[in-house]
Design a binder for this molecule. Structure first.
Ligand SMILES: Nc1ncnc2c1ncn2[C@@H]1O[C@H](COP(=O)(O)OP(=O)(O)OP(=O)(O)O)[C@@H](O)[C@H]1O
Ligand SMILES: [Mg+2]
Length: 343
């Protein structure tokens, strides 16, 4: 009896932001219940799952031959179906254990430019991972909802969502994307740019995880006021193959990041080229809103403001904005009807 009553308190609905870098799950009535890196460690001989999420991320670049630490999504889309499905299954099963979720209804965020076949793949993965019904919502729309923008009105709202694998720029009005532009350049490309820079300039090979750490601690898109900073970077010397440590400055990291950062910045004017003038005028007044973990790169909003001559703001919590938006969709039937799709 008590069990049934408790079960009734929990709803069967989940909002899932299946990102290239991080997966977040929101349960209706509860909020965010899971926030883990989208990484799975697989034991090669028998294909069993050894670890998922944070624990698996710590293994990236550190596995012996019999273990593979895999990031199953690339550029915002599923690159390895089997592993994505197992990851989702693991995450959803973990929630099951804590509450009475029986084959939940799931709303998933997907990039706006993916093909029908890719949408189908996402849907199938979620169903095989245990979902009863699957609805999709475009990431920029979810980001705009999460940011609290008035997308129900006729008026231009511009979202720039910079994730791990993809940057999506979209103009949203009346619940829909009027025009958008995406590039497969985001946080991962920034990490890779740091790896390449350190290799070229310092003859030092570093791992991608270390590069990400450097980006988060020292990275910037625009010169910032205050003292110059520097940190120690450790890797393998390409000349003699031995471990070595060098010191890298914030200026060097900015130089390393210039190319991916400029590619991201150029996506905004490319989107404006397709934007109807009335909506462009609205955006000139309201400005541009940044979401996604990449928006946390220091000075990115200053660079974008300089490049576009428009006001640019970063939402309060860029890493959770999309899943919070999908969560609002779950909780509001009108919004649900207006923005989800089943094809
Ligand atoms: N303080 C920071 N400075 C710069 N980058 C950061 C910072 N914090 C997180 N990031 C980067 O944000 C990215 C992850 O962002 P997010 O979780 O929004 O991506 P995602 O939704 O998983 O990916 P996608 O939307 O492309 O599928 C990573 O590349 C991470 O390194
Ligand atoms: Mg994302």
């Amino acid at each position: 009896m008590l069990r049934t009553m408790l079960a009734g308190l929990f709803s069967d609905d989940l909002a899932v932001d299946l990102g290239t870098a991080n997966t977040l799950i929101f349960v209706r009535g509860e909020g965010i219940v899971l926030n883990e890196p989208s990484v799975v460690a697989i034991n090669q001989p028998d294909h069993s799952v050894l670890a998922v999420g944070r624990e698996a991320k710590a293994m990236l670049g550190r596995t012996p031959g019999n273990i593979a630490a895999i990031r199953p999504l690339k550029g915002g889309v599923i690159a390895d179906f089997d592993v994505t499905e197992r990851m989702l299954h693991y995450f959803i099963a973990g929630l099951h254990r804590r509450r009475e979720l029986v084959r939940p209804r799931v709303v998933l965020g997907v990039p706006s430019d993916i093909t029908k076949v890719e949408r189908r793949a996402v849907r199938d993965s979620a169903v095989r991972a245990g979902a009863r019904e699957v609805y999709l919502v475009e990431t920029p729309v979810a980001a705009a909802i999460g940011a609290g923008l008035p997308i129900e009105e006729p008026g231009g709202n511009m979202i720039v969502d910079i994730g791990g694998g993809t940057t999506e720029v979209a103009v949203i009005s009346l619940y829909g994307i009027v025009c958008g532009k995406s590039v497969r350049v985001a946080g991962d490309e920034m990490d890779e740019a740091i790896v390449q820079y350190v290799k070229k300039r310092h003859n030092l090979l570093i791992g991608e995880r270390h590069a990400e750490e450097i980006k988060v601690r020292l990275g910037s898109a625009y010169p910032l006021p205050g003292e110059r900073q520097a940190i120690a970077v450790k890797g393998r010397d390409l000349t003699d193959g031995l471990p070595k440590s060098i010191v890298i400055s914030d200026e060097e990291v900015r130089e390393a990041l210039r190319e991916p950062v400029m590619t991201i910045a150029e996506t905004v004017p490319a989107c404006f080229e397709q934007t109807p003038p009335e909506l462009a005028a609205d955006i000139a007044d309201r400005g541009i809103v940044l979401t996604g973990g990449g928006a946390l790169l220091k000075g990115l909003e200053l660079l974008l403001a300089r490049e576009t001559r428009l006001p640019v703001t970063v939402v309060a919590d860029p890493l959770t904005c999309v899943v919070m938006g999908i969560g609002k969709v779950l909780e509001n039937p009108d919004l649900f009807a207006a923005v989800t799709r089943t094809d």
